[in-house]
Design a protein around this ligand. Structure first.
Ligand code: ATP
Length: 323
């Protein structure tokens, strides 16, 4: 069996008395784009700090290509690159100067350095900006330069912590197209931390973190399919009462998420009309829809993700999608 790019086994991490990660286990095969999806404070950055050898976990172990992050931190660091929300670029230097400087820190010199910098500038579509100061670039271009910086030493694993935060949708798309090209061309494993559903939906595999626990993990389509073809979302004033009543009367299992009750009957339209006859007075609104990654998040985490709260609630209550 191939050695996983990332192998995390029973990792718990505490900051003082605060538990940031709870018994997290996950594996990422080499060459994959893996998304860790979770709202702010769910533990994504903590997991990245452990993988980047910046701190040991309180319990459990983390390995990168079979190397233990606590026992072999120097070797692990050679295999890793990182792109975080705050760019690690010098504003006053040009794009090329930034990359040359960073490449020197990684021990690249002469023709090797020139070729590597040129190759990345081209691959990330920033070659025409090579002579410009970083301070004069748009947010999207800077992120791509930062991505190039993280890749200079040909890391086998790249950690991307909310790399597109603050970018507009077009700049985000360009960033991801560039990252995917690199993944294909260089076989780099990409581990992405994000709170954005659409970004997670593009990953080969997604792990959902909620309150420091990995609540589910799988390919986005498989996770959605687990919820059924179509699910029914019922918005109500008293979710617990509605859930009890539906389960007792119809013999189906339900899930409460915020003010909604979720059901996955075999024939949702027929079920909905029967439901309206029986308990219509308790239902404020109802939606039938094909499961989305938001639904997967809500069902497994039992909450609406903070950042998407308004949009998801709008969907749940059947209001117009603002996207
Ligand atoms: P964000 O995107 O906001 O950084 P996150 O999912 O990356 O969120 P973490 O930064 O890993 O989450 O934080 C997980 C939990 O640990 C949070 O409750 C946070 O407040 C807490 N935490 C993070 N760093 C520290 C620290 N150095 N000391 C104490 N608590 C911390």
């Amino acid at each position: 069996m191939q050695t996983p790019a990332v192998d995390i086994e029973g990792v718990t991490h505490r900051y003082g008395g605060h538990v940031a990660l709870r018994d997290v286990s996950l594996q990422v095969p080499p060459g994959m784009l893996y998304g860790l999806l979770g709202p702010n404070g769910s533990g994504k950055t903590t997991l990245f700090r452990i993988l980047a050898t910046l701190m040991p976990p309180s319990e459990g172990r983390a390995q990168v290509f079979g190397l233990d992050t606590t026992q072999e931190p120097d070797t692990v660091r050679q295999r890793l690159g990182a792109v975080f929300q705050a760019e690690a670029l010098d504003e006053n230097l040009t794009v090329r100067e930034n990359l040359r400087f960073q490449a020197s820190l990684y021990g690249l010199h002469g023709a090797d350095r020139r070729n590597r910098v040129d190759a990345l500038l081209t691959r990330l579509n920033v070659a025409d900006r090579a002579g410009q100061a970083v301070s004069s670039l748009s947010g999207g271009l800077r992120r791509r330069v930062d991505l190039a910086r993280g890749l200079l030493h040909r890391p086998d694993l790249l950690l991307l912590d909310e790399p597109t935060s603050g970018l507009d949708p077009a700049a985000r798309r360009t960033f991801w197209a560039a990252a995917r090209r690199l993944q294909e061309a260089e076989g780099t494993t990409l581990l992405l931390a994000t709170h954005l559903m659409d970004e997670a939906a593009r990953c080969d595999r997604v792990g959902i973190l909620s309150n420091g626990a990995l609540v589910t993990d799988g390919a986005p389509d498989a996770l959605k399919a687990e919820l059924g073809n179509e699910t029914l979302w019922l918005d109500t004033e008293s979710p617990a009462a509605l859930s009890d009543r539906v389960e007792a009367q119809f013999g189906v299992s339900t899930q409460i998420v915020g003010s909604t009750v979720q059901v996955a009957p075999s024939d949702p339209p027929a079920f909905l009309s029967a439901l309206y006859e029986a308990v219509g007075d308790r239902i404020r609104s109802a939606t039938i829809r094909t499961p989305t990654l938001e639904d997967v998040f809500m069902v497994h985490a039992g909450t609406v993700p903070d950042s998407d709260q308004e949009r998801v609630l709008a969907q749940v209550t059947g209001a117009q999608d603002q996207d």
